[in-house]
Ligand binder design. Structure first.
Ligand SMILES: *Cc1c(COP(=O)(O)O)cnc(C)c1O
Length: 392
């Protein structure tokens, strides 16, 4: 097969995004403008939330979420061990303690039985991550959260298009936080969004994202006159980013359809390769946004993982690892909380056995056939060289 170049992720930016950015640059309104409001309205409608508040990243969205919920020093938040470090950092920013809980082996999502066992009188909230776009069982989450009076924050960084029982991620808990980082489901170059149905939380998040000022630019009777009633931040999204986002959002249905097509094609071939299994994706009421396709290597193949990754790279196939280490094993958290290294066996297994393969809308079903063939070849080569080594 002719060699291809298949990047793991690639933002898709067209003439419309360029024109939208140029239109902003042609004027003088770069912040506090109409494009952020338009993008917020369109995003709220897309996910079915009452409020959408545009911010500078998913990380700042998460920070604002915990601030708005009044979570702070002395409080605990249940955080999945298997996630992006930002999920846990946001809890640290407000001075609360992340209590890490292992993943389910089949999906990588938070193990909800283990999560319920980790609840203490200090627990205030659940931090949920729809792992690589696979929805968490929100019915079970609500049952537990109601029993223990916990708030629910959804980290939806990879969950644009994720639905549980038809409801879009980010509208199932108290607050949802989205990312528009370049290789996620849609981009604003860099950016994020907070969603909520709660008017009080929404007002607090809007105020705190912009220095905590008591009046917005348009509300000020005398320009420049305002007061502050709370510690504020500068976590706004600007007009250039919002202009890109509004166009990207119109492309999302097409992006998601391409992901679904690619993921289905890739899985259909990969399941036939011996020595690998796949993390579960959509089934029944669980509709994944299909960020990538994770191959889990068998115990025999796992020690050869980086050779397989190198063989794929040689064939032009970009891969990634989600995530390289469970968060509590990262030095900052280990030094602070000193968790036992074997406390998160499923998260460790996903970190150490997984290879994430691309299924993004920058790729075709032909590319999927190429990736599957490259994977099969890589495993055969590595297994053969392993057998030869053993024989010597
Ligand atoms: C990417 C990611 C984040 C961070 O998003 P930014 O917009 O880069 O701040 C947080 N959580 C998860 C699960 C992510 O994948």
């Amino acid at each position: 097969m002719e060699r291809r170049t298949i990047p793991f992720g690639k933002p898709i930016i067209g003439a419309e995004e360029r024109a939208a950015v140029n239109a902003v640059l042609a004027g003088t309104t770069f912040v506090h403008g109409p494009r952020v409001e338009e993008f917020e309205g369109a995003f709220a409608a897309f996910v079915g939330a009452k409020h959408a508040i545009a911010v500078s990243s998913c990380t700042t969205a998460l920070h604002l979420a915990y601030l708005a919920l009044g979570i702070g020093s002395g409080d605990e938040v249940i955080v999945p061990a298997q996630t992006h470090v930002a999920t846990a950092f946001a809890v640290e920013y407000v001075g609360a303690r992340p209590v890490f809980v292992d993943a389910e082996s089949q999906t990588g999502n938070l193990d909800l039985d283990a999560a319920e066992r980790a609840i203490t009188p200090r627990t205030r909230a659940f931090s949920l991550v729809h792992y690589l776009g696979m929805p968490v069982d929100m019915d079970r989450v609500h049952a537990i959260a109601d029993r223990h009076e916990l708030a629910v924050v959804e980290d939806c960084a990879l969950a644009i298009g994720t639905r549980f029982r038809g409801r879009h991620a980010g509208t199932c808990g108290d607050i949802g936080c989205f990312s528009f980082y370049p290789v996620k489901h849609m981009t604003t170059a860099e950016g994020g969004m907070v969603t909520t149905d709660d008017d009080v939380l929404a007002a607090r998040i809007r105020q705190q994202r912009a220095f905590g000022l008591d009046k917005t630019v348009t509300e000020r009777a005398v320009p420049g006159i305002y007061n502050v009633t709370m510690l504020g931040y500068n976590y706004r999204m600007n007009e250039l980013e919002a202009a890109i986002g509004a166009v990207q959002l119109t492309r999302v249905p097409g992006f998601l359809a391409a992901r679904q097509r690619n993921d289905a094609a890739l899985r259909a071939t990969l399941v036939r390769i011996p020595g690998v299994s796949l993390l579960e994706t959509s089934h029944g009421n669980f509709e994944s946004s299909r960020y990538c396709c994770v191959v889990l290597l068998s115990d025999a193949l796992a020690p050869r993982r980086f050779e397989i990754v190198a063989a794929l790279k040689e064939r032009g196939v970009g891969t990634s690892v989600y995530y390289p280490h469970p968060v509590p094993h990262l030095t900052y958290f280990r030094e602070k909380y000193g968790h036992h290294l074997n406390a998160f066996p499923n998260a460790v297994r996903i970190s150490n056995h997984g290879i994430a393969l691309p299924v993004g809308p920058h790729l075709t079903t032909d590319d999927m056939a190429y990736i599957a063939a490259a994977m099969e070849e890589a495993i055969v080569t590595v297994s053969a060289s392993h057998a030869a080594t053993v024989a010597v």
